[in-house]
Design a binder for this molecule. Structure first.
Ligand code: PEP
Ligand code: MN
Length: 332
């Protein structure tokens, strides 16, 4: 972005403004009226918004935005999840009541699901999660009970007054997912599955877009832009950790990146400390941190008998541990 100052005399004032806004800038070496080159592309402001803030200093020139549709969303953009037989769940940043999503990593049987649902709903959790089709690192690991699980999840969630969220692995799962689920999850490994993004951009259901473990913030934003480009503005972002340096933690929970996304792109952001850490002993402090930072919600894995969970057993809270955590942190 270029800022052509109206007069030489306002150079100090322009420097002050750009510094105050926190955007990288430098003065181009040239004769005549001063011109600043501004790194709008990496700033926390949408180009339009930045241009607006500089308008009184002179003429602003910029070419094209990467995410014009996201840039048009307003502060406090909300995403509502409606479901049969319950009060709709509202996702927004800096909420009065953050939304808690919880449940097993993968669905196994109805009995386990009902056991977890009973505890979660009485703790104040609004959404029940559970994977029916699972993206696993190895093809020899449990791949999920299949899309038939969507119905089981939705029936159980609704029975206990919660909404249902689960992942689709490909365009082929979308129709069945939409028939039963209230919120559709795009898994981290599918964040750049553009065919799936386009398909889910055309459905009449809100979407939870997880960040790929190796995805930059702008790649994550561009994936969301795909959903908006097909017409779906009901997008919630989910930070679930990125590839870091440690072996003790499964991933690195990028709370700063998530806070940047929240401000820059206005979409509600949910934090998933279960996958981000993989270590249930640090879950409570990460959850408390996420809640204190004003995210729209948190997503936590819980299972009635973690040692029997067919995926992500080590990070799953048992029902007592979940109840205790929710007792301390969940505001109704
Ligand atoms: C999950 O939510 O169970 C899951 C597979 O998450 P992710 O896509 O973030 O790994
Ligand atoms: Mn999991």
């Amino acid at each position: 972005m270029l800022l052509y100052l109206a007069r030489k005399e306002i150079l100090p004032q322009a420097r002050e403004r750009l510094t105050e806004l926190g955007v990288e800038h430098h003065l181009l070496p040239r004769e005549g009226e001063p011109v600043f080159e501004i790194a709008a592309d990496t700033s926390i402001f949408a180009p339009k918004q930045l241009a607006q803030q500089l308008r009184d200093l002179g003429r602003v020139e910029h070419n094209g935005a990467r995410t014009p549709l996201l840039d048009d969303l307003s502060d406090g953009h909300t995403v509502e999840v409606s479901f049969r037989g319950g009060e709709k769940v509202v996702f927004r940043n800096h909420p009065e009541r953050p939304v808690w999503i919880a449940g097993p990593c993968s669905l196994d049987n109805r009995e386990n699901l009902r056991a977890v649902a009973a505890v979660l709903s009485s703790a104040g959790v609004r959404m029940l999660r559970g994977g029916a089709v699972k993206p696993r690192t190895s093809p020899h690991e449990f791949q999920g009970i299949g899309p038939a699980g969507y119905r089981m999840l939705a029936e159980t969630a609704h029975e206990f007054g919660m909404a249902a969220v689960s992942e689709t692995l490909s365009e082929h799962d979308v129709e069945e997912a939409c028939e039963f689920l209230d919120l559709i999850q795009i898994g981290a490994r599918n964040m750049q599955n553009f065919a799936l993004l386009k398909r889910l951009g055309r459905v009449n259901k809100p979407v939870l877009l997880k960040r790929g473990p190796g995805a930059s913030l702008r790649e994550w934003a561009s994936a969301a832009e795909y959903l908006l480009a097909e017409g779906n503005r009901n997008v919630i972002l989910c930070e679930r950790g990125v590839r870091g340096l440690e072996r003790e933690l499964r991933y690195t929970l990028d709370l700063a990146g998530a806070a940047f996304m929240q401000q820059r792109y206005k979409l509600p952001v949910v934090i998933d400390p279960s996958h981000a850490t993989g270590v249930k002993q640090v879950l409570e402090s990460c959850t408390a941190g996420a809640l204190a930072m004003g995210f729209a919600g948190v997503m936590i894995e819980a299972h009635p008998c973690p040692s029997e969970a067919r995926s992500d057993a080590l990070q799953a809270l048992d029902l007592d541990a979940f109840g205790a955590l929710a007792g301390r942190l969940l505001r109704r």
